[in-house]
Design a protein around this ligand. Structure first.
Ligand code: IVH
Length: 666
């Protein structure tokens, strides 16, 4: 076997092992053996760029280069389902189907309703060519690069399994409970905002521009709807079983029912059993099984007549509201929290619930001593959904929102268009100061991992640090004073020292300017190049940066106009943190491709596609996924797809080969 043949062999083996592990849950080799095959493949592929294949198993790792999602029209619109909540609604639907089919016999396929986000996958010649989100039902975002990182979604279907030449399959993308809980625990430790439920977490992940991050989040997927001009049979259930043979992971526990009673039995069985599933479900979907009958029944404007969703009731409990306390976060936002008598709800004991903001409290006219209904749907944090008015004690006092910060006593403010109250004392309010220090040292910011939240609290209480700049003045004796061991003290100091090398863009992020996340920090750093230029920029100049809007621009100006912040930034500069792009970054970047919108297509000999993407970005250009009238040129390699070539020709867009491209940015 020569190297080329070995690549083909390894790809086929890895697709198979992937399927065994992620779809069938029956691995036949160890993780270590899998990794060895994968490394061998990656190694061979790097020596054979002419063998590049976007559907190779090695492509699952993703890339951390920004991608821009292009909008794609759905071939068939993605509709939603009408909801029902009780047996009577189900019966009405069942009768309407019976009438619609004029007494003809029919079967109903019962299946789980997954609570994630829907995705439409297109396969041509057994290869995944596109993954598109639901969007508005007519157009969705092309998230193919992210979808490819989801291990249970086949990149290539089983050879010879009889799949149609072209078809679409739809399903749900989900974050398993276990992954969700781990992710939130990590976010809590890093003081990042928590995801309310696995659906939001999955959706945030799938829409991330960084496919490497998507790969790390271990998303799962179940497929439940096959579409195309040539399907295997007339039965929806049968078609999905066949799709499983092609390599797909299909909806669990699908079952055909003939009578209403069989449908009710299915619903009541899964209402309890679903709690043992690894992913969130929020109901049952009922579908008329025959596709011919589906077509006869047709659609209303919004949803099919041949299918309906039955939604499970969220679990609910009633308990007494004892008090409301208020938490102040890093940004100064004040969150009211309900403290209640402990009550058992969906397998956990609940004592606290968030009350969001003042308007939320008002909407329920909450009184201390009220009996409140709490619900836990797909959420981890329970919600108050109502008040048992008949149980309100006569002398109950209404909850009155505080007007001063519970931590520092400063009068609270509420900005126009915002529901939250804020403590404006951002440079003097303890939780805000501590929160900002914790943000500063976080892994994705200055990465001073030798210090954790407890240490920050300790240093703050002992007066060692009052702001982020004070970290650089800490002396070993002071650390030792609290009984820290010599070795740990050395580690703390080494961590602080090492942070002086952290690149400028992360310093910008670490400052904790409101609304400036990692991405905006990067954009600002790359555009202004030095802290000096950034702090002198006006709102208008800031808004000239592609991707920076008014809210961020104003927030940056406000930050640097505060003299406490000015002093902190001056001190950070004096401590020799990176206050500008490095020599390397400066020489690397240029604006030679500024304003250019560039499509990469085909296979290249000198650099990988990812490297070309990075070069485009470094030189101020924009890499886009598909050709349109706005495309400036196509960076074209060998074997460019015929449809792309045709489109380029039609729109008169220039093709640039790799040598010409490299000379453009020299
Ligand atoms: S079938 C035309 N089957 O629920 C019908 N949908 O409200 C296409 N969903 O957007 C949908 N599990 O995201 C179908 N087993 C299942 C489902 C399911 C979850 C979602 C899907 C859809 C929404 C409808």
């Amino acid at each position: 076997m020569n190297e080329t043949e070995r690549i083909i062999y390894l790809r086929q083996q890895l697709h198979e092992h992937n399927h065994n592990y992620y779809v069938l849950n029956q691995p036949t080799i160890t993780d270590q053996e899998f990794d060895m095959l994968m490394h061998e493949l990656q190694d061979l592929e790097s020596h054979h760029p002419e063998m590049a294949d976007p559907n190779s198993p090695s492509q699952r790792v993703g890339s951390d280069l920004n991608q821009n999602f292009t909008q794609v029209a759905h071939k068939y619109p993605m509709l939603s389902l009408a909801n029902t909540y009780n047996e009577q609604d189900v019966e009405e639907w069942y009768d309407s189907v019976k009438r619609g089919l004029q007494g003809e016999d029919f079967e109903v396929c019962c299946e789980m309703k997954y609570d994630g986000l829907s995705i439409s996958l297109t396969y041509v010649d057994g290869k995944l060519v596109r993954g598109v989100t639901r969007g508005d039902g007519v157009h969705g975002d092309d998230v193919t690069a992210n979808v490819k990182t989801i291990r249970c979604i086949p990149l290539v279907l089983k050879e010879g399994s009889g799949y149609p030449q072209e078809f679409e399959i739809r399903g749900e993308i989900l974050m398993p409970w276990k992954v969700f809980e781990r992710l939130n625990a990590e976010r809590e430790a890093a003081e990042e905002p928590l995801f309310a439920n696995p659906r939001n977490a999955a959706s945030g992940t799938l829409k991330s521009q960084n496919s490497k991050l998507v790969a790390s989040r271990q998303l799962d997927s179940y497929l439940y709807y096959l579409l195309g001009d040539t399907l295997p049979t007339d039965g929806h259930y049968e078609n999905l079983q066949t799709a499983a043979q092609w390599g797909f992971k299909i909806s669990q526990g699908m079952k055909k029912a003939k009578t209403l009673q069989e449908i009710y039995d299915y619903i009541s069985y899964w209402d309890t059993e679903r709690k043992n599933l690894p992913v969130a479900t929020d109901g049952i979907v009922l579908k008329v099984n025959s596709i011919r009958q589906q077509q006869a029944l047709g659609y209303t404007a919004k949803s099919p007549r041949w299918a309906i969703a039955y939604k499970f009731k969220a679990e609910r409990a009633c308990t007494r509201l004892n008090s409301v306390t208020y938490q102040v976060g890093r940004t100064g936002a004040v969150t009211p929290v309900a403290n209640m008598d402990a009550v058992q709800l969906a397998g956990t004991i609940v004592k606290r619930a968030t009350l969001n903001n003042e308007d939320f409290i008002r909407s329920f006219d909450l009184h201390i001593g009220d009996y409140v209904y709490v619900e836990k749907g797909g959420e981890i944090i329970p919600k108050i959904v109502g008040v048992a008015m008949e149980k309100r004690p006569d002398d109950a006092e209404p909850v009155k929102f505080i007007d001063r910060c519970p931590e520092c006593g400063t009068p609270l403010v509420r900005y126009e268009d915002e529901a939250a109250h804020y403590c404006p004392n951002d440079t003097g309010c303890p939780p805000q100061i501590k929160g900002r220090i914790e943000h500063f040292i976080a892994r994705r910011a200055m990465n001073i991992d030798s210090i954790g939240p407890e240490t920050v609290d300790d240093y703050y209480r002992r007066g060692l640090v009052r702001n982020i700049a004070d970290l650089y003045t800490i002396q070993k004796d002071a650390i030792n004073a609290s009984g820290t061991r010599e070795k740990s003290a050395q580690k703390v100091l080494a961590g602080i020292e090492a942070s002086k090398k952290v690149p400028f863009e992360r310093v910008v992020f670490a400052l904790g300017i409101r609304f400036v996340g990692e991405t905006s920090a990067k954009l600002l750093a790359r555009h202004f190049k030095t802290m000096e230029a950034l702090r002198n920029a006006s709102v208008e100049q800031l808004m000239e940066v592609d991707g920076i809007g008014e809210v961020i621009a104003k927030s940056v100006v406000t930050y640097f106009h505060n003299h406490v912040n000015e002093h902190i930034v001056d001190r950070l500069a004096a401590f020799r943190l990176q206050m500008g792009l490095s020599e390397e970054q400066l020489t690397e970047s240029s604006d030679k491709l500024a304003g250019k919108s560039i499509v990469i297509s085909g296979v290249f000999a000198k650099h990988s596609r990812d490297e070309y993407k990075a070069m485009i970005e470094r030189n101020g250009g924009k890499n886009v996924g598909s050709i349109s009238g706005k495309t400036s040129f196509i960076l074209a390699g060998e074997n460019m797809g015929p449809s792309k070539l045709q489109k380029a020709e039609k729109l008169g867009i220039q093709l640039v080969d790799e040598d010409t491209f490299l000379s453009m940015i020299e």
